[in-house]
Design a protein around this ligand. Structure first.
Ligand SMILES: *Cc1c(COP(=O)(O)O)cnc(C)c1O
Length: 493
């Protein structure tokens, strides 16, 4: 199967090239030329497989340069003892028609692991298929979860090294500790004086620096990215929607063929886009509900067709959704109009004025599949307390946004269809705000232990003893010094 750019259909690449390059040189994102179908027979077959089998089989539909053996080998290693439960992505039922899809049983306790345990395998294999002899250096700017998940995914992977920049004051204490205590010989972590935009801007500047690229190439390196614009990150996410559907049938939440709604806490639009692709492939999905926090640019877009980033930016207790430009939306818009020029036009309007408005055809196509809603921090906390009391189920702050938005949608629409709430992080990862929501004053200086004491829940192994681990990385730089840090990092690598 071929892939091409959302901004120029003439830019055609193979799957391996798309994964190696990440972003098309014209600024567009790579999309598959067509979507494979999942028939009901195929779904039945997937239903009899474990998660690893489902992952290999679904990815195979998109990656014809990779054979079955190769992909099942990747899946067996990506989804193994590094996950703390055998089902990998278990479905937990709350009541008759509501279940949580837990995507945080991997090594960093957030859903990013589902893709970032797979991406390094896809990427290193893609480099071989492309005949690339240089080593790849992954540069990441993170607002929290991606950095740690990418570090774990690439740690000690031969032929790769990874350097993560995070904003000094923009991540939670747990997120920061997870990164600065990272193990591995090929990893680096550095904080940047400034906010996430400074870190991200600095990384983009390094990517755009041709002299630096040429110099690195002479030393046998090239730079690549692990963020969610890479097709190799999106594809592994399609798997868990299909898997959740199979598990819903197997556990009797729905009958085969019956429609299932999904509600997804959304930031960069990667997770929810994978759900929409699964629906397009033929998975019986009903409404796809896009949940946002107070940074509700997507709620407005889905309701009105106007994307407008000219608004205040809020720092919320669901920080992984604090985002004003959702990159993966570009793929959805492309699929809905199949017009690369139109997409390029919208994106240049966004770049120049921070705003664009899609035509009525795209607007109604979006309305046919999506619902949208948002809630603020107080409502998020109230949802955590309510669900804990009602179901004995503890949600993290991001999942709680989805729960609240789903409840509002049900009330407003009367739609009682079985619904899966996508749970994107362990509550222990955002323990301070979760404790606050439960009305607990932790005292002491170990909120992870305090949350475990209060709830009786076991601390996830990756977070156990986090507060006591030795700190390996302490460097802070100005944005202007990031290139030198990357240069020095690759000299010692
Ligand atoms: C990244 C992240 C999100 C947002 O996912 P997108 O794919 O960016 O929409 C939601 N919740 C958590 C915990 C995350 O880490």
């Amino acid at each position: 199967m071929k892939y091409f750019s959302t901004r120029n259909r003439g830019n055609i690449v193979s799957a391996a090239q798309a994964i190696k390059i990440g972003l098309s040189p014209d600024g567009g994102l790579f999309v598959p030329e067509s979507l494979p179908a999942v028939s009901l027979e195929l779904l039945e077959q997937f239903g009899a497989m474990d998660y690893r089998g489902r992952a290999a089989a679904v990815m195979r539909l998109f990656l014809d340069e990779f054979d079955d053996m190769e992909l099942s080998g990747f899946a067996k290693r990506a989804y193994a003892e590094n996950f703390d439960c055998a089902e990998i992505a278990p479905l937990r039922r709350a009541d008759e028609n509501t279940a949580f899809l837990e995507l945080w049983h991997g090594p960093t306790c957030a859903f990013k692991d589902m893709a970032l345990q797979m991406l390094p395998r896809l990427l290193t294999a893609s480099l071989k298929k492309c005949g690339e002899m240089r080593k790849v250096c992954i540069l990441v700017a993170t607002s929290g979860d991606t950095g740690k998940a990418a570090l774990e995914g690439f740690r000690d992977v031969p032929g790769t090294s990874i350097l993560v920049f995070y904003p000094r004051d923009g991540v939670s204490d747990v997120q920061k500790l997870q990164m600065v205590t990272q193990q591995g010989e090929n990893v680096g972590v550095c904080s940047v004086n400034g906010n996430f935009d400074d870190a991200q801007g600095g990384v983009k500047t390094i990517f755009g620096d041709r002299d630096f690229a040429a110099e690195l190439s002479g030393r046998g390196y090239f730079l690549s990215s692990a963020n969610s614009i890479n097709w190799g990150r999106l594809l592994p996410q399609i798997v868990y929607y299909i898997s959740a559907y199979c598990d819903s049938v197997n556990s009797g939440i729905i009958k085969p063929r019956e429609k299932l709604n999904f509600c997804v806490p959304t930031g960069n639009f990667g997770n929810i886009l994978a759900c929409w692709y699964a629906k397009r492939m033929g998975l019986p999905v009903g409404r796809i509900i896009c949940a946002s926090n107070k940074n509700n640019v997507l709620t407005d877009f889905i309701r009105t067709g106007v994307y407008d980033r000219n608004r205040g930016f809020y720092t919320s207790i669901s920080p992984s959704m604090d985002i004003l430009v959702s990159s993966n939306l570009e793929r959805l818009i492309y699929s809905m109009c199949e017009d690369d020029r139109k997409v390029a036009g919208y994106m240049s309007e966004l770049h120049e004025c921070g705003r664009y408005e899609v035509g009525p055809d795209i607007k109604s196509a979006i309305a046919a599949d999506f619902e949208a809603g948002f809630c603020d921090d107080d409502e998020t906390k109230a949802a955590i307390a309510r669900v804990w009391k009602k179901f004995d189920y503890l949600m993290d702050t991001h999942t709680a946004v989805a729960y609240k938005v789903m409840s509002d949608y049900r009330e407003k629409s009367g739609d009682a269809a079985p619904t899966v709430i996508v749970s994107t992080a362990s509550p222990f990862k955002f323990c301070e705000d979760v404790l606050d929501a439960l009305g607990v004053n932790p005292g002491g200086n170990d909120p992870i232990a305090a949350l475990s004491d209060f709830t009786g829940m076991e601390i996830p192994a990756p977070l156990g003893g986090l507060m006591q681990r030795p700190v390996r990385f302490t460097q802070t730089v100005e944005k202007s010094g990031m290139r030198d840090v990357a240069d020095a990092f690759l000299r010692q690598a």
